[in-house]
Design a protein around this ligand. Sequence first.
Ligand SMILES: [Zn+2]
Ligand SMILES: [Zn+2]
Length: 274
Amino acid sequence: MRLPDYHTHTARCGHAHGRPDEYVAAAKARGLTGIGIADHLPLLPEPDPELSMGVCDLSDYVADVQALKAEFPGYVLLGVEADYRPQTVSEVRSLLEGHPFDYVIGSVHHMGEWGFDDPRQLDEYGRRDIDDVWVEYFQLVGDAAESGLFTILGHLDVVKKFGYRPTRALTSELDHLVARVAAAGVLVEINTAGLHRPVKEAYPTLDILRRLCDAGVPITFGSDAHRPEEVGRDFGHAVELARSAGYAGFASLESRPGEGRAGIGSVPFEASPA
Ligand SMILES: [Zn+2]
Ligand SMILES: [Zn+2]
């Protein structure tokens, strides 16, 4: 697949498998045009060894991926997936500023203390109004977009992961979210991991992608691989989804060493089917 995969993890986060170099080798074997390693930034304020690397592991992570960038210039990018939680914005900002990340994927995995996409915390769905959950989630994603911390918003509608759908269309909430995302100038990924979760759909859903396309929000592709063999998984499907939503191409990231975050380019889809 002639696409880069910007969302991959490594064993450092405590719930994935494989070294960064194994992910790079997998990307090359699949014919991807690039790979970004974007493991979980240490979760704040309380680290959880099953959810992310510890603060003390961060410089080793950066050094490992920097070495791969040097070995495969223009092919490997140093990314990271950071949690958006309102109470940790300034701490996350200083962690991010202390390292030369090419890009940062911003993800919402928590509403307050509730890790709503954590299979260990499913019971909470039974105690909540599902529409309120979605509305609160959209609000947090919009806040994440506007925080200025992130290059790409991760798995935009991951709140659907376990199949809990809202009971109404949430049209105005969605319009508001898309307007906030577009105004903030962040990218949105098509994340294929959802196809392998109970919801069995990529993130975000076609309806949301159509709105994002209409609003001019560029997209990237991410497998959210937690094993090297998952790199680039279902990207053919992702491209079909993007085309159905109206996209004619995608955003590519170009490392600018010493100049902060990567530059953003635009690449048309190939004329032939992916
Ligand atoms: Zn993970
Ligand atoms: Zn995530």
